[in-house]
Write a protein of this length. Structure first.
Lengths: 280, 205
């Protein structure tokens, strides 16, 4: 992708030198991100998501407008920054995606498998993939919905609730998972996200136990990824890291995925949510 | 590969630590182990048994960032004992092939072709040659590794052993145990040794 190449070029020219050149590089990257942010294709996903929220779908021919994302039925404004949270009706800690699965089942009448995989399609409906994430040229209802829901928390403070014992347990489980090393490469999340100022190749890595890094990381997903031409959600970010860690596949909207997201949300507490963002 | 334990036992850090250190955690540990088991599934070559930890993985997870000295010596001793060198005795291969292996980050992901050899992902974390500007910084720079150390038998053996099993030298290292865990072949590791030590290698220019 052209933008990616430009960014790589900017990095390649200046990175081997250190400050003040490196500071200049960082400034250039910031300026570039700012430029990208001004015309973020994520807006297209957000618009589709808003429409999907209001569209009657499924065996019950109902919209999602009565879906409770934690702040009451139908309240979307500010919901994303207060997730994951415990829901009394399911007695589970849920993030945005897993909650959408619940609503698609309860309100629209889809089976849990249908809601998780979106294998439903029809005339005029977005093309649905077997994967919970959209691929090039394919659309995912889940991705579009999450883009819009996240956008309704833009500019707000990340504030996941921790009052319910199951929320605290999810945090603790997420923490253990963060340090859990396994597989043929001995990797854990901590391998790449345990130290400050590190990179893989030229990609900067946030240290997730550092509030500032965690706030920036958590606060910028979902994101439109220029290199893929796709909008990617936080569930996708977990799934993709786990794949690169050489672990088996992390199931979409699984308890472990939600535990990891709960851990990150808590680490990012107090930060400003600024997603859907745009990334390399 | 070390004998694998079932997940619940692994989380208790059985072997060196035992469960006595954090007894109140054992229930939470079991619950987390259950959660993990229920949340992952085999896909392609990435089978579910990859989540079972060996002793070193279990101890490094449990004591992340605060590994007691005795325990770190213990891990290194066990991993040292598991080191295997090529039966041919030849430790230095071809640095050109080593450079290709160092550049490649494929291997062992469920999206990778299991019939294709894995790469070493070296540049992901290390600076090596001066020409490659896209390098990571999780590991130290290895630029001029051989120029600074020479290429004696002892240095060759060290480099081979470190790539084969980094934890034999530094318990809980971030670096994968490429030989020990069967990611790279003996021959591939000898090519990486050459990349590090051969005076003609770009690493030493």
């Amino acid at each position: 992708m052209r933008i990616q190449r430009v960014l790589a070029g900017v990095l390649a020219v200046t990175l081997p030198c250190f400050s003040p050149a490196q500071q200049d590089t960082q400034k250039e990257i910031e300026r570039y991100r700012q430029m990208l942010q001004e015309s973020n294709p994520a807006e297209l996903f957000e618009a589709r998501g808003e429409e999907l929220w209001k569209t009657r779908r499924g065996p019950k021919n109902a919209s999602l407008e009565r879906c409770d994302l934690g702040l009451g039925p139908g309240v979307v404004k500010g919901a994303y920054v207060r997730l994951p949270r415990h829901f009394a009706d399911t007695d589970r800690v849920q993030d945005a995606e897993s909650r959408l699965v619940t609503c698609m089942v309860a309100l629209q009448g889809f089976t849990p498998e249908e809601a998780r995989r979106h294998p439903f399609s029809g005339t005029g409906a977005p093309m649905i993939t077997a994967d919970p994430f959209s691929g090039v040229g394919q659309r995912s209802v889940m991705t579009d919905l999450v883009a819009w829901i996240a956008s309704e928390s833009r500019g707000m403070t990340i504030a996941p609730p921790m009052s319910h014992p199951k929320e605290r347990f999810a945090y603790q489980a997420g923490e253990r998972l963060f340090y859990y090393r396994a597989g043929p490469y001995d990797f854990g999340c901590v391998t790449c996200h345990g130290e400050e100022g590190k990179r893989i190749r030229l990609q900067n890595l946030p240290k997730m136990t550092n509030a500032k890094d965690a706030q920036r990381a958590f606060g910028t997903w979902p994101a439109y990824r220029v290199s893929e031409g796709e909008l990617r959600s936080m569930q996708w970010r977990m799934w993709e890291c786990i794949r690169q860690m050489r672990f088996p596949e992390l199931e979409f909207a699984s308890d472990a995925s939600i535990a990891l997201i709960t851990y990150l949300a808590k680490k990012a507490e107090g930060g400003t949510f600024d997603a859907p963002a745009i990334k390399r | 590969m070390q004998p694998r334990m079932i997940l619940a036992l692994a989380l208790c850090g059985i072997g060196v630590a035992g469960c006595a250190t954090r007894p109140s955690d054992s229930e939470a540990e079991r619950a987390v182990a259950e959660m993990i088991k229920a949340s992952f599934k085999t896909r392609g070559q990435a089978t579910i048994d990859r989540l079972s930890q060996d002793d070193a993985q279990a101890l490094c997870s449990k004591h992340a960032g605060e590994l007691p000295k005795g325990m770190s010596d213990g891990i290194e001793k066990v991993q040292q004992a598991a080191l295997r060198y090529p039966s041919s005795g030849k430790l230095m291969g071809d640095w050109r092939q080593g450079e290709r292996i160092a550049q490649s980050g494929v291997g062992k992901q469920f999206t990778d072709d299991p019939n294709r050899p894995a790469g070493g992902s070296c540049y992901n974390c290390h600076q090596l040659s001066k020409q490659e500007l896209s390098f990571g910084t999780i590991g130290p720079s290895l630029y001029q590794f051989g120029k600074l150390r020479g290429s004696s038998e002892a240095i060759q053996k060290y480099a081979y052993g470190k790539i084969y099993n980094a934890e034999a030298f530094a318990a809980c290292s971030n670096m994968p145990r490429f030989g020990h865990n069967g990611v790279l072949t003996e021959e591939q590791i000898t090519h990486l040794v050459a990349l590090l030590l051969d005076p003609e290698s770009p690493v030493n220019k």
